[in-house]
Design a protein around this ligand. Structure first.
Ligand code: BG6
Length: 478
């Protein structure tokens, strides 16, 4: 659909940028913080690229005043960050650690003072290790009560200043990598356990939303979903069916539960047939229906292209975590779909398809399937950056990527989608969970690498000035 003229971004539209506690904070055992599963997982040899960890990360815990000053200089209207659960409850469900609350108080106050809207993610993958040890973390229903207690603590403490809340970041990613590919903690390969853990995460998400409303907190709350809209490789009906399967298994399976309180029937049938269906109690269905979010958060990086995959076809993915282009392998769900190379799209050095139109398509699909406003809670390009001798970072490739994706958001708005805001990933460079520090996303370059924390000096990239203009013009320069 071509528009003669695009709609302008709504007045209240948030121009943001995002991060996650483990990827930026460092200070992993400072001021009473308990260990999270990631603090331990990164110490298992071979789990992360070049053995990188977030012990120091980019030291945001100590350098947040400088980082917020840079956000203010850029002109951000929102900053999305996550709270480390084990800073607030070092054991997950025991005593509160006041120093943890104090840190986020300082950060939030600094943001509010600078006119930057805080968007707070309750959970970005760093479950307290103590809960993993006590009852197996997400595998136990006990997690629901503990997650709600933690969420309520944050709601009560911060909702005078925080109006946007993200319950969970990319449940589809932390559950699949935690229990299927074993690339994230707890590093398990067991699909039965995966679907049960996933069901508990669904319950925790819904219960936190219900708690938010029962406390009468002002503002909006919703999950952030990692959505890679699915295409068919061609018009062969077998491939089209595979793409529909991929959409059902990789997107509706999560978003239908969030937005409709129901599992999609074809996936549920497959789970039953394969003896993988989780235990669902009658009261679960009621809770899931009560916990419908105010918006759907979308983390968008790429689309997925699909083809028929026979029962003895390809399975679990081999990810490219080295940045050596062309090393990703075909993957899929045997008998259901496989992801294949899209000949129409360029790829990054980490083999992610670059597809701005896919963002527009994804936003439209969500709006029409769920009738919910959408917030783009992450979008960005992970690439190598070079600090030149005269201390410049000329990241034109990132500017191109972000410009066309922000434009795709404006096109989706012009198509009739309600979009609350756009958060790039990320503000400063940060730790990529599996890809170390060489896969960079930020507007602000941080002087550190896999081998050493170096000076941690911040340098503004060319994209910093590009986004500054976009925000200053409220999108007119796109
Ligand atoms: C999202 C996560 O999956 O993508 C972020 O929410 C993550 O935490 C980002 O860093 C980019 O992924 P990666 O693997 O390139 O770091």
């Amino acid at each position: 659909m071509e528009h003669k003229q695009l709609k302008v971004f709504p007045k209240s539209f948030l121009w943001g940028s995002a991060s996650a506690a483990y990827q930026v904070e460092g200070a992993w055992d400072t001021d009473g913080k308990g260990p999270s599963v990631w603090d331990n997982f990164v110490r298992i040899p071979g789990k992360t690229f070049a053995g990188t960890n977030g012990d120091i990360a980019v030291d945001h815990y100590h350098q947040y005043p400088q980082d917020v000053a840079l956000m203010s200089e850029l002109g951000l209207s929102a900053y999305r960050f996550s709270v480390a659960w084990s800073r607030i409850y070092p054991l997950g469900n025991g005593e509160i650690n006041q120093a943890g609350l104090d840190f986020y108080d300082r950060l939030i106050n600094e943001l509010v003072e600078k006119g930057i809207e805080p968007i707070v993610t309750l959970y970005h993958w760093d479950i307290p290790q103590a809960l993993q040890d006590q009852y197996g973390g997400w595998e136990s229903r006990q997690i629901v009560d503990d997650f709600v207690r933690y969420a309520k603590t944050l709601f009560v403490h911060f909702s005078d200043r925080v109006k946007y809340w993200v319950t969970m970041n990319e449940q589809n990613v932390f559950i699949s990598h935690g229990y299927k590919t074993a690339m994230h903690p707890p590093g398990v390969r067991d699909e039965k356990r995966m679907y049960q853990a996933n069901h508990h995460a669904n319950l925790a998400n819904a219960a936190a939303i219900v708690a938010f409303r029962s406390l009468g907190c002002p503002g909006k709350i919703g999950p952030s979903f990692a959505y890679g809209p699915n295409y068919s490789i061609d018009a062969n009906p077998e491939n089209v069916l595979a793409a529909e399967n991929a959409e059902a298994f990789d997107a509706h399976f999560w978003m239908d539960v969030y937005a409709r309180g129901e599992y999609p029937p074809q996936v549920w049938q497959w789970l039953v047939d394969n003896h993988l269906a989780p235990d669902v109690y009658p009261e679960d269905a009621i809770l899931l229906k009560q916990g419908i979010p105010d918006f759907m958060g979308v983390n968008y990086y790429r689309t997925m292209t699909n083809a028929y995959n026979p029962l003895d076809g390809v399975g679990i993915e081999q990810m490219n975590t080295t940045g050596k282009k062309g090393t990703a392998q075909e993957s899929g769900l045997p008998g259901v779909y496989k992801h294949v190379r899209n000949p129409h799209l360029q790829r990054t050095n980490w083999d992610w398809d670059i597809d701005a139109t896919g963002l527009r398509i994804g936003l439209r699909r969500i709006a029409s399937r769920y009738q919910l406003p959408v917030m783009v809670t992450e979008n960005g390009l992970g690439e190598y950056d070079t600090l030149t001798d005269d201390l410049q970072i000329n990241d034109d490739y990132r500017i191109d990527y972000l410009n066309e994706h922000a434009l795709a958001v404006q096109q989706a708005i012009s198509d009739g989608v309600e979009v609350l805001g756009y958060c790039t990933w990320s503000f400063t460079d940060l730790l990529s969970w599996l890809n170390g520090y060489q896969k960079r996303y930020g507007f602000v370059y941080v002087d550190r690498d896999e081998n050493s924390a170096k000076s941690l000096t911040r340098y503004k990239k060319k994209s910093f000035y590009w986004y500054q203009e976009v925000i200053r013009s409220h999108g007119a320069t796109l």
